[in-house]
Ligand binder design. Structure first.
Ligand code: ATP
Ligand code: MG
Length: 567
């Protein structure tokens, strides 16, 4: 390809909302163009990268003998009513009506569509397993689309769905997908981690996420310094921290102006570990909302996704002062004893059977001491805490710490949630009708374009990995008006092309050398060959984009030198 023929509108302007390097450089490099909140067009360079990633994903998926299909981007709402998700999916599901008042959605994911495709077509265990996948546009009306391609509303996803006659066979496919995903991210040249994940609203059990490690990642990953354990903080576990406090008689004590755990602990001369903390939230359910009280040890923090899962709500938000008051609670002095009857209470599992604790007395300026949780009835215990750095790994005793990740893929063991709801069955060996056992597997294809750059860039611009770069070599003709230089550029370009090396020739007559180099640094192709004044002495330069180091090479060696570098 020639620069003069390719539409690459590079610019020095950085969009005002672009905080991440990938967002800034992809826009400035003319890879993508924003048309609305969370909606991006791919310009030629962006499209080449997207297609390269897509091709790697497709090749590895086909290798597993999964079948590629394509679902309609628009799905009738009726399918979503069948599965029940029309009412649970919330505002991320964009709905609309056609001219005949028929209701439709823009597919945010395709469990319903795939069940509809397979239902009544696969009828026997003999036809299982089956894995169908597509690489197609999704739309999710994200509350806060941001970070460019990272969290768009319209984006490209590889979504696969497998059907099985048994749980064991699902686990086999799940493991195959884990291995396949590892191959894909390795081919993309990414530093990634496979982590235990929360299964979220999609339901089912057993799920793993694939995270591209990058400081800007939205997700916190808990990793062990000794073993392979890694988990999203939403699902992370630690070795239980257990304490044995002496328990004397239950007493109410005056604690004037002690609203925080720190204030209470220091006033009563105890450690924060001996206190329990109430976190008041409002839970939103399908048809109602309710104030909920979560209790964790005073030295711990509540993990919101775990809290959400503990009560099966659609969402939890902070409760405001009025809601707290009308629920009969006293902010700052909220305790676990003698609560108003209809309050939903969940307590962290590590507190089970604890005694000698301090908590609010549900009365302004008073706390209870020597609280024994064993004496309380009907308490629901659930893992609620956010694992902290320095906590102990429950697998090996190692130390846990945090790292940041970009979620680039997610695989789930779904079970029969969708097949059951949509009445999709097969006949087993005994001729008995059973709902399909399903798995689903997603890869954020367009998010990966951004993730590659988030992990690989410097202050000047992008640094593409070898399998994602639009071009491997940028042949920079310093002065395209100089006939010798232009001719030699053309010659090298043709030689690289015939050796199947993706090269782009910067043949722009009206661009000065500094501008061409600036574009090379911004666009991030792995290597440049600079053809300049030394051509007269039979010398050109090769630049490594990663290190920006320049090496002089003889003109007759330049192609073989590039060959060596690429290998
Ligand atoms: P997240 O927690 O980041 O919202 P998710 O759990 O909603 O992700 P899945 O439903 O598992 O994501 O979708 C599969 C993959 O699609 C994700 O792993 C991610 O890489 C990608 N993806 C999800 N939402 C978006 C988005 N808004 N923009 C771009 N890619 C996305
Ligand atoms: Mg999401």
């Amino acid at each position: 390809m020639k620069f003069s023929k390719l539409f690459i509108p590079t610019t020095k302007e950085t969009p005002s909302d672009a905080t991440l390097p990938s967002h800034q450089f992809l826009v400035r490099g003319g890879f993508i163009s924003q048309t609305g909140a969370g909606i991006y067009d791919f310009m030629p360079l962006g499209k080449i990268v997207l297609d390269k990633i897509r091709a790697i994903v497709k090749k590895e998926m086909d290798e597993t003998l999964a079948n590629e299909v394509q679902f309609g981007f628009v799905t009738p709402l009726s399918l979503w009513q069948e599965s029940g998700r029309a009412s649970t999916m919330g505002n991320e599901l964009l709905r609309f009506k056609d001219r005949k008042n028929g209701e439709f959605v823009l597919s945010p994911t395709n469990e319903e569509a795939v069940v509809n495709m397979v239902k009544n077509r696969v009828t026997s265990y003999k036809d299982l397993p089956l894995h169908l996948y597509q690489i197609n546009t999704k739309f999710r009306d994200e509350a806060r689309p941001r970070f460019g391609l990272m969290r768009g509303r319209e984006f490209l996803m590889k979504d696969g769905y497998s059907f099985h006659s048994s749980q064991e066979d699902l686990v086999r496919e799940f493991n195959l997908m884990e291995e396949t995903y590892k191959k894909i991210y390795t081919k993309l040249g990414l530093d990634f981690r496979v982590v235990e994940a929360d299964s979220g609203a999609i339901g089912g059990s057993g799920s793993k996420e694939f995270h591209v490690l990058a400081n800007s990642g939205e997700d916190t990953i808990v990793v062990c310094n000794k073993c392979d354990y890694a988990a999203n903080i939403e699902a992370a576990k630690r070795e239980k921290k257990l304490y044995n406090f002496e328990s004397l008689e239950l007493k109410k004590v005056e604690t004037p102006n002690c609203k925080t755990i720190e204030e209470v602990a220091s006033f009563l001369h105890i450690e924060k570990e001996q206190t329990i903390k109430a976190v008041i939230k409002k839970a939103i359910f399908e048809n109602s909302s309710k104030v909920v009280l979560f209790f964790v040890r005073g030295s711990d923090e509540l993990e919101e996704t775990k809290a959400l899962n503990s009560i099966g709500a659609l969402e939890i938000i902070d409760a405001n002062e009025d809601e707290i008051k009308s629920a009969g609670l006293v902010a700052g002095y909220c305790g676990i004893k003698d609560l108003p009857k209809d309050i939903l209470v969940v307590v962290d599992s590590e507190l089970e059977n604890s005694k000698g604790l301090v908590c609010g007395a549900n009365e302004e300026n008073f706390h209870l001491v020597n609280v024994d949780l064993k004496t309380l009835e009907n308490i629901k215990y659930f893992d609620l805490i956010a694992v902290k750095e320095g906590d102990i790994c429950s697998c090996c005793g190692g130390k846990l710490s945090y790292t940041k990740g970009i979620e680039a893929g997610h695989i789930f063991q779904l079970g029969d949630k969708y097949s059951k709801a949509m009445n999709a069955t097969f006949l087993d060996e005994n001729g008995k009708a059973k709902p399909f056992i399903m798995g689903c597997y997603g890869i954020g294809v367009s998010r990966l374009v951004a993730a590659v750059i988030e992990q690989n860039h410097d202050e000047k611009g992008c640094i593409w990995t070898k399998n994602t770069t639009p071009f491997m070599v940028d042949i920079i003709v310093s002065n395209s008006k100089n006939e010798e230089e232009a001719k030699f550029g053309e010659k090298i370009y043709n030689e690289l092309k015939s050796s199947n090396i993706d090269a782009i020739l910067d043949d722009r007559v009206n661009a000065r050398f500094g501008f061409k180099i600036g574009d090379f640094e911004l666009l991030g192709f792995p290597y440049a060959i600079i053809i300049g004044k030394k051509l007269l002495d039979g010398i050109v330069e090769i630049v490594d984009r990663k290190t920006l180091l320049k090496t002089e090479v003889k003109v007759e060696d330049v192609v073989s030198e590039i060959f060596n570098l690429i290998k």
